[in-house]
Design a binder for this molecule. Structure first.
Ligand SMILES: Cc1cc2nc3c(=O)[nH]c(=O)nc-3n(C[C@H](O)[C@H](O)[C@H](O)COP(=O)(O)O)c2cc1C
Length: 196
């Protein structure tokens, strides 16, 4: 298992601060020898889980959309050893796009816990300095636990809850050097634990 995926839950196709932060994390994983790929949810069209139950029987979804066509194959790739879930903070939690993704991902739990024991990391970006980055992190951690994933923090010396960034810094997200350190250190731990 040699691949680390990043899921970006920002609706912004251009200039997403979450996407640029996620790249910092995955750049570290790539330097550590992992294949990396970022899935930008804004580039795919899919709706919420409709609880039809089709995926209780096999690895298929009744909704014929991009989740079924593109995302199920990418996410059921057995080479994936880790996933970084990255979301802007919306009202103190993850975005609707990320929540929709998480709900649709129930298919992987129902078909042999395909995410179990993979490494999970959380990355969140808020415009307010204390705008709920850690609360949005909890949304991600809860979902990862339900899948049986192994959640890792950002590595020392920052080592708290993953990567938490502040896009409202007067110099923009690149001015948030403390937050950027957490993004880099999350990459360090993703690679370290995925290697195990
Ligand atoms: C609907 C909405 C709700 C938001 N709620 C919060 C919030 O609760 N806390 C916060 O710090 N920022 C909040 N923001 C700001 C975004 O988190 C911030 O601009 C972030 O950098 C956007 O990420 P992106 O550039 O990757 O899209 C909100 C933005 C929108 C559009």
């Amino acid at each position: 298992m040699t691949k680390i995926l990043g899921i970006c839950g920002s609706p912004n196709k251009e200039n997403s601060t979450t996407l640029s932060s996620l790249r910092k994390t995955l750049d570290v994983c790539a330097r550590e020898g992992f294949d990396t790929e970022i899935i930008e949810l804004s580039r795919y069209s899919f709706g919420g889980c409709i609880d039809c139950g089709a995926c209780k029987k096999k690895l298929t979804c009744s909704q014929k959309d991009d989740f079924k066509t593109h995302l199920i194959p990418k996410l059921s790739d057995e080479n994936v050893s880790g996933i970084v879930f990255a979301s802007p903070v919306y009202f103190g939690g993850i975005t609707g796009q990320m929540k929709t993704f998480i709900d649709r991902a129930v298919i992987f739990r129902r078909n042999g816990f395909l995410f179990a024991n993979k490494v999970a990391g959380a990355l969140t970006v808020g415009r307010s300095r204390n705008g709920g980055q850690e609360l949005a992190t909890l949304d991600i951690v809860k979902a990862a636990l339900i899948h049986g994933m192994v959640i890792v923090p950002d590595a020392a010396p920052t080592s708290h809850f993953g990567a938490n960034l502040w896009s409202g810094h007067p110099d923009g997200i690149d001015g948030d050097t403390i937050g950027l350190d957490t993004a880099v250190n999350l990459g360090v731990n993703m690679a370290r634990h995925a290697r195990k």
